[in-house]
Design a binder for this molecule. Structure first.
Ligand code: NAI
Ligand code: MG
Length: 357
């Protein structure tokens, strides 16, 4: 029998538990089909953890994640906690867990499914063949820099600082080159080197590492241009690597190429094979508890976990094929449905995918 893998499950808030439930069903199906073995342990995280433990990232949840081989996360947040102080905000838990687990890169595939092109706002001829990955730096940059308010000459001022050191840039850039090597060997490094010093360090570092990967075709793209090119010629991108804030924005933009945020998986990786896997979307408070959320983003995150952390490629293929098959057969949750009256629910979608596996 295969070695037992420990999975830390932090379902979180809103639709988090609903979509995670379907993903776990899929994982259990792969145990049956491929002889894989998982041990699931659940922990509180996000808003629910604030309510029950007074902190978005309780110490026992963090320990559980550290003991695990991989983490499956739903989503956190909601209006209930929006006006809380910083320490009592679910998002603080997200930033914290990434930092504590040493997860320095976020990998987001954006794949356009042919049968879903109708759900996108872009023309099919623009979208055709789009299959890209955004590799985003996750623990540095302006989100983690010093922030403060001060009294300036013209009144109150707010300061956010953006800091990157060369080690942080090197490790993410190297990982992106590695990802590019497993795909069609094209890497676009995105920065704002015409204005930002951190971007100039970024670009110098990319250029220094590039000769180690002579097979990879490298281009430097300014972030504003990248935002445009993603809409104009998305299929020309393969792997995009960029810093934290640019990556946050560009990966959401790339998300929209695929028609729905309910389809997008993600991985956050550190050194080695350890990873945290989660859908790109948030807790969707507007549809939480209704049983209509699309579970595909979370299910595809499991496929990503199988590939990047466990090397279970056959099982990953099976999951991805089953998703495609169910979509090709015309089944849709509300977010991707052309005719919302025919939309199916979260559990139904999960069950259909499992049946197709
Ligand atoms: P969101 O992703 O939760 O929702 C945006 C829109 O997409 C909503 O209309 C929602 O109904 C829809 N949507 C999202 N996922 C869906 C799915 N699986 N199936 C069908 N429709 C789906 O983003 P929003 O509204 O900006 O944020 C809501 C809350 O989630 C906030 O508290 C925010 O801070 C939090 N959030 C958490 C994230 C995380 O846990 N990683 C990421 C983004 C937001
Ligand atoms: Mg975002």
């Amino acid at each position: 029998m295969t070695e037992v893998k420990k999975i830390a499950v932090i379902a979180g808030d809103g639709i988090g538990p609903e979509v995670v439930n379907e993903a776990i069903k899929v994982m259990k199906k792969t145990e049956e089909l491929f002889g894989l073995r998982f041990e699931f342990e659940e922990g509180l995280f996000g808003g629910i953890a604030i309510d029950e433990k007074g902190t978005p990232l309780p110490a026992d949840t963090l320990d559980m994640c550290k003991r695990a081989d991989a983490v499956l996360l739903g989503a956190v947040g909601g209006p209930k906690w929006d006006n809380n102080s910083k320490e009592l905000r679910p998002e603080t838990g997200l930033l914290g867990i990434r930092k504590e687990l040493g997860l320095f890169s976020n990998i987001r595939p954006a794949v356009v499914f042919d049968c879903l092109m109708e759900a996108s706002t872009l023309k099919p001829e623009v979208l055709e063949g789009t299959d890209l990955i955004v590799v985003r730096e996750l623990t540095g940059g302006i989100y983690f820099g010093e922030k403060f308010r001060r009294q300036g000459e013209a009144g109150e001022e707010a300061v956010d600082t953006c800091v990157y050191n060369v080690t942080e840039v090197e490790r993410i850039v190297r990982q992106a080159f590695e990802v590019a090597m497993t795909r069609s060997k094209r890497l676009a490094s995105v920065d704002k080197a015409n204005v930002l010093e951190t971007s100039r360090l970024w670009r110098e570092t990319v250029n220094r590492i590039a000769p180690e990967y002579p097979e990879v075709e490298l281009e430097h793209v300014l972030v504003d241009n990248c935002a445009m090119q993603l809409l104009r010629r998305p299929s020309s991108f393969d792997v995009i690597v960029t810093e934290n804030m640019f990556g946050d924005i560009l990966s959401d933009e790339a998300a929209m190429l695929t028609g729905s945020i309910g389809m997008l998986s993600s991985a956050s990786l550190g050194e080695g094979s350890y990873g945290l896997y989660e859908p790109v979307h948030g807790s969707a408070p507007d549809i939480a508890g209704k049983g209509i959320a699309n579970p595909i983003a979370t299910i595809l995150s499991v496929a990503l976990m199988y590939r990047l952390t466990f090397g279970y490629h056959e099982a990953a293929d099976r999951i991805e094929q089953a998703v495609k098959q169910v979509l090709d057969a015309g089944h849709r949750t509300g977010d991707i449905a052309v005719d919302p009256s025919k939309a199916i629910g979260t559990t139904e979608m999960g069950d259909l995918i499992i049946a197709a596996m």
